[in-house]
Design a protein around this ligand. Structure first.
Ligand SMILES: *Cc1c(COP(=O)(O)O)cnc(C)c1O
Length: 234
């Protein structure tokens, strides 16, 4: 019988193969796309098994759950990404404890993260999350306020703005997400020109649409279900 560990290692290899193929087809280098395995609600031993199989970037959505796993899995060399909605009153638990925060969507949150990072003698790398679907999306900053937030966040000591993140509305057909991914890339280009920032990262693409996201320039894809299987209820 196949063990859970073997199952996870096999699923990981399949996803990595698909990612590499998508990158090559798009004329990109596979190593330019980082796989973030989204481990929210999945157990720590699953993460340990994947780490043993070479997967070191993991994405978490809930602060307490993530910190618990960090404590339990210290020493495995895992790079933790915070990808969920973050209330600014919880920023103090996040700053300095995650490799990259993908979900900065307000100046208030940016300032809290920056202040804590300075206090802890570190620089917190962040992405600004853009909401490109108007009413349909709760999280993320609206497109017309994006440039201002990126500029202000980039001006804060203790913060390093590395790029943009988005989460399109759900589509059965991944082609439905393409315009959102393309738009995020265009916005990044415009911000580069306007603000003179490097903004190397675009975090976009999940289980259902990561191939499309890679074609549109994703440098970080956030994949959960395809690796772990269905998530247990919260
Ligand atoms: C849960 C989650 C994912 C992973 O979604 P899957 O469809 O399971 O791959 C990616 N990004 C964010 C922000 C998430 O909350």
């Amino acid at each position: 019988m196949e063990t859970r560990k073997q199952e996870l290692a096999e699923r990981l290899e399949q996803v990595k193969d698909d990612l590499a193929e998508a990158a090559k087809k798009a004329g990109r280098k596979p190593e330019d796309v980082t796989l973030v395995a989204v481990s929210k609600l999945h157990a720590a031993p699953d993460i340990a098994a994947l780490a043993e199989a070479g997967q070191l970037d993991f994405g978490e959505n809930y602060v307490q759950e993530a910190l618990g796993k960090q404590e339990e899995l210290g020493g495995l060399g895992v790079r933790w990404h915070f990808i969920g909605g973050l209330q600014s009153n919880k920023a103090k638990f996040v700053a300095g404890n995650f490799e990259l925060v993908h979900s900065v969507d307000s100046l208030k949150l940016a300032k809290k993260l920056a202040g804590k990072a300075v206090e802890r003698g570190t620089v917190q790398k962040v992405l600004v999350q853009a909401s490109l679907a108007g009413e349909a999306q709760k999280s993320g900053v609206e497109e017309d306020a994006l440039a201002e937030l990126v500029e202000q966040a980039a001006g804060l000591d203790g913060l390093s703005v590395q790029g943009l993140m988005t989460m399109p509305p759900f589509f059965d057909d991944p082609e439905g997400a393409r315009p959102y991914f393309a738009r995020l890339r265009e916005l990044r280009e415009a911000l580069r020109q306007r603000l003179g920032l490097e903004l190397p990262h675009l975090s976009m693409g999940m289980t259902g649409d990561f191939v499309t996201a890679v074609e549109e320039g994703a440098t970080l894809v956030r994949i959960g279900t395809r690796i772990f299987g269905a998530r247990p209820p919260r």
